[in-house]
Structures are given as structure tokens and as C-alpha cells.
Design a protein around this ligand. Structure first.
Ligand SMILES: [Ca+2]
Ligand SMILES: [Ca+2]
Ligand SMILES: [Ca+2]
Length: 236
């Protein structure tokens, strides 16, 4: 990374010198929400052994690069199917994943701060959040009837889709707390099955970014990609 940091620094300095306004950052709208285009998860990690069913590609196999393709960025057409489901044909599907927001973390403001998107029927989840520089909180339970139905199309043309709204305050964290990662795990739904279908997540209340720093965002996104490639594989 030593060759990367000077690049980042020079980019930041150039951006500050220009001091241009933040206009030009694209916004992305989905299901009634509007996010900055860089507000979506930048890294996805499988945290327990087991198979993963990709909603595109049709394979059932742990693979960090494919996992990122399913869950990071604005990616409503890709996702995971049936996390946690004890499929007798292939063995148990993994049911513990982490999503990191390395470019634009959330900051606890009024209302939901992070939104996790779920396909097909709504499924209940456990969610934990990580304050920046700290450790993950305990998991909180989100019942399936707490998910918000959206008039939006998801993976495999699924519609409606669902939003699980995460308010950092619910974890007992004060206003202003910065959160840069979540962990998620599907719980048993009303059909008696564990079978969550997450497909993307985004920061609704981002940390305030000085206008000039927006110009360095492409560099930050590139750094996140480099970190992903360097850290491929399943964390334990
Ligand atoms: Ca996706
Ligand atoms: Ca579902
Ligand atoms: Ca909040």
C-alpha cells in the first residue's frame, strides 16, 4: 500500500486546491430512497463456512469475488438466495455476512441510517453494526413485518422488494456515531424456514464530506477495490 498513499494524498491536496463544489456527485434512487452513488457497500465477506447461492451465475460455491459482485455497489439485479437454508442437496448455506462501507460510512442522524435490501418475501434478520474503529455491537432482531415493502424490481425481476431500515440509535449508540460495517444473519421466517435473500445495502445518512473531498472519491473507490483484491478469501 505504500505506493498508494502518496497517490491518495496528492489527489486530496489537488482537490483541496481546486476547492470546487460537490455538485456533480450522482444520486441513485431505488424504491423511494435516494442515495449518493458511492453510498453502497464496498466490500462483502462471508464469515462462516457453507455454500452460497448466487442469484446470478447459478453456482453454489464460496467465492469472495462473486460475493462482492452480488452485494456491493448499486446492484439490484444481483444478490444471494436463501442464506442460512439447510439445503439437503448441497449442505447448509452460510448465514453470516459482513458488509463494509469503506468509502462513505454512515453517521447516526435522525431516522434510519443504513438500508439493507431483501428480495422475494420479507425475511427476518439479526443485524449488528460496527462503530468506526470499534467492535461490532450485539445483534438486534428485525422481524419480517418490520421490513418495508417497496415498489421496485430486484434480482430475477422479483417485485416487490423490501427494505430493512437500520437506525444506529437502536443499538444504544448516540447521535453522531459513525458506523462503517454491518453484519447480517437470517432468522426463521413465518414459513418455518431460514432463507434470507439480501441483495444490496446503502448508507442513508452518510458522514458529512467536505465539498472538495468529493473529487477524491474515485481514488477512494479504487483503494477499496485494491483492498478487496488483496483480502480475497473468507475471513474467520
Ligand atoms: Ca446486488
Ligand atoms: Ca426473502
Ligand atoms: Ca439514526
Amino acid at each position: 500500500m505504500s505506493s498508494i498513499r502518496p497517490l491518495l494524498l496528492s489527489s486530496l491536496l489537488a482537490a483541496l486546491a481546486c476547492a470546487l463544489p460537490a455538485s456533480g456527485r450522482a444520486a441513485v434512487s431505488y424504491g423511494g430512497y435516494t442515495f449518493a452513488d458511492i453510498a453502497f457497500a464496498t466490500d462483502a465477506t462471508q464469515l462462516e463456512a457453507g455454500f452460497v447461492h448466487w442469484l446470478t451465475g447459478g453456482t453454489v460455491d464460496p467465492d469472495d469475488a462473486i460475493l462482492d459482485a452480488q452485494l456491493t455497489g448499486f446492484s439490484p439485479t444481483t444478490g444471494l438466495a436463501n442464506i442460512g437454508f439447510p439445503d439437503p442437496g448441497v449442505g447448509a448455506y452460510a448465514n453470516l455476512f459482513e458488509l463494509d462501507f469503506t468509502v462513505l460510512p454512515a453517521r447516526n442522524a435522525v431516522g434510519p441510517d443504513i438500508v439493507l435490501f431483501e428480495a422475494f418475501g420479507p425475511d427476518p434478520y439479526e443485524i449488528a453494526v460496527r462503530p468506526r474503529g470499534g467492535v461490532f455491537t450485539d445483534f438486534l432482531t428485525y422481524a419480517e413485518n418490520s421490513l418495508v415493502e417497496l415498489a421496485a424490481t430486484g434480482p430475477l425481476d422479483s417485485s416487490p422488494t423490501y427494505a430493512l431500515e437500520i437506525d444506529i440509535s437502536a443499538f444504544g449508540l448516540p447521535a453522531g456515531t459513525v458506523v462503517d460495517a454491518i453484519r447480517l444473519r437470517a432468522l426463521q421466517n413465518s414459513f418455518g424456514n431460514v432463507e434470507g435473500d439480501p441483495f444490496m445495502a446503502a448508507v442513508a445518512n452518510p458522514v458529512p464530506v467536505p465539498a472538495a473531498l468529493w473529487l477524491a472519491v474515485p481514488v477512494l473507490v479504487g483503494l477499496a477495490a485494491i483492498r478487496r483484491r488483496g483480502g480475497a478469501g473468507m475471513r474467520s
